[in-house]
Design a protein around this ligand. Structure first.
Ligand SMILES: Nc1nc2c(ncn2[C@@H]2O[C@H](COP(=O)(O)OP(=O)(O)OP(=O)(O)O)[C@@H](O)[C@H]2O)c(=O)[nH]1
Ligand SMILES: [Mg+2]
Length: 275
C-alpha cells in the first residue's frame, strides 16, 4: 500500500512521518522544512511526503510520479493556522486537479485537521467546510495525541477490524484487562479495545524498547499494582505485538488466552493480507 502526504509547508507532514518512524514525539516536533520527497518504508505501507514550500508544492512532476501508484492521499492541514486557510483552499483545489489527472480511480483521500493540541485549532467540521468536502473525510489529529495517530493508521488501512476486535475482546474477557491492542512493528494496528491514547502510548513504548533491547517473547511491567504486558510473536517472519493493559488474571490464564488468540490472529492475518 502506498500513502502520499501532501499539504502546505509547516502543516506537520514530516512530523507524522518521523513519529511513525521513531515513535518519538520530541523528535517529531523538531523538524525543518523539506526540500525533496521523503520516504518511509514499512512492511505493509510505504509513505511518501511531498514538500510543501510554495515553490515546490505546485511542481506537477511530483504528482505525476506518485499519484498513479498511490492508494491513499493524506492532505494535512495545520488547523491552528487559520491565516493560511485561503492558501490551503487554493492548494486543495490544485490537489483535486492532480487527483483527477493522475490518481487511480480507487485512490482514497483523508484530510487531517492537524495540531489539535493547539488552542483554537479548527475542528473537522470547519476544515470540511473550508475545503467543500464531507466531514467524514476529515480526521482530527495531533502528534501529541497517540489515539489520533491510531485513528489515522486505522483509516489508512481502511479494512473492517471485526474479526480482530473479537479476538481482542476475548483476551480482554479472559484476562480481565482494561485494554487490548494488536499491532505490527510499524505501529500498524489490527485492533485496539479500550482507551486508545493509553493503548498507543504503551504500544509505542514497547516498540521503542524492542529496538533498544532486541528480541523478546514477552515483557511485563508493573506500576502501581497495574500490570501491563506486551507479547511478541511472528507470523510468516512478520513481528506482531499484543499489548494487554491492566491484566488482572494470573499469568497462566493470560498466557493460555494469548496462545489461543495467536492462532486465530494467524488465520485472520493470512485472510486479510492475502499471504
Ligand atoms: N503543536 C503541534 N505541532 C506540530 C504537530 N505536528 C507538527 N507540529 C509542528 O509543526 C512543525 C512543522 O511540521 P513539519 O512536519 O516539518 O511540516 P511539513 O508539513 O513537513 O512542512 P514542509 O516540510 O515545509 O512541507 C514541526 O516542527 C512541529 O514543531 C502537532 O500535532 N502539534
Ligand atoms: Mg516536511
Amino acid at each position: 500500500m502506498i500513502v502520499t502526504l501532501v499539504g502546505l509547508d509547516y502543516a506537520g507532514k514530516s512530523s507524522i512521518r518521523i513519529y511513525l518512524e521513531s515513535f518519538d514525539v520530541e523528535k517529531a516536533m523538531n523538524t525543518e522544512t523539506s526540500n525533496s520527497i521523503e520516504e518511509l518504508r514499512g512492511s505493509k505501507v510505504v509513505y511518501y511526503v511531498i514538500p510543501g514550500q510554495e515553490l515546490l508544492r505546485y511542481e506537477e512532476k511530483f504528482y505525476e510520479r506518485l499519484f498513479p501508484i498511490t492508494d491513499v492521499i493524506v492532505f494535512v492541514v495545520d488547523a491552528a493556522d487559520k491565516e493560511k486557510f485561503g492558501e490551503v483552499r487554493e492548494f486543495f483545489k490544485f490537489i483535486q486537479e492532480m487527483i483527477k489527472k493522475y490518481a487511480k480511480e480507487e485512490c482514497r483521500l483523508i484530510v487531517l485537521a492537524h495540531k489539535q493540541d493547539l488552542p483554537n485549532a479548527a475542528k473537522a467540521k470547519e476544515v470540511a467546510e473550508l475545503l467543500g468536502i464531507s466531514e467524514k473525510h476529515v480526521l482530527e489529529t495531533s502528534i501529541k495525541y497517540p489515539g489520533s495517530m491510531y485513528e489515522l493508521l486505522m483509516r489508512i488501512h481502511g479494512i473492517p477490524t471485526t474479526e480482530f476486535d473479537a479476538i481482542a475482546y476475548q483476551i480482554m474477557q479472559d484476562t480481565n484487562a482494561e485494554s487490548v491492542t494488536i499491532a505490527d512493528k510499524d505501529l500498524f494496528p489490527y485492533t485496539s479495545i479500550g482507551n486508545k491514547d493509553d493503548a498507543m502510548t504503551k504500544l509505542v513504548g514497547f516498540l521503542r524498547l524492542t529496538r533498544d533491547i532486541g528480541d523478546f517473547d514477552f515483557i511485563i511491567c508493573e506500576k502501581e499494582s497495574k500490570r501491563t504486558c506486551c507479547i511478541k510473536d511472528y507470523i510468516d517472519g512478520e513481528e506482531i505485538f499484543i499489548v494487554i493493559i491492566n491484566a488482572r488474571a494470573n499469568f497462566d490464564v493470560m498466557m493460555s488466552s494469548v496462545k489461543a488468540a495467536l492462532s486465530k490472529i494467524r488465520e485472520e492475518y493470512k485472510r486479510r493480507w492475502e499471504l
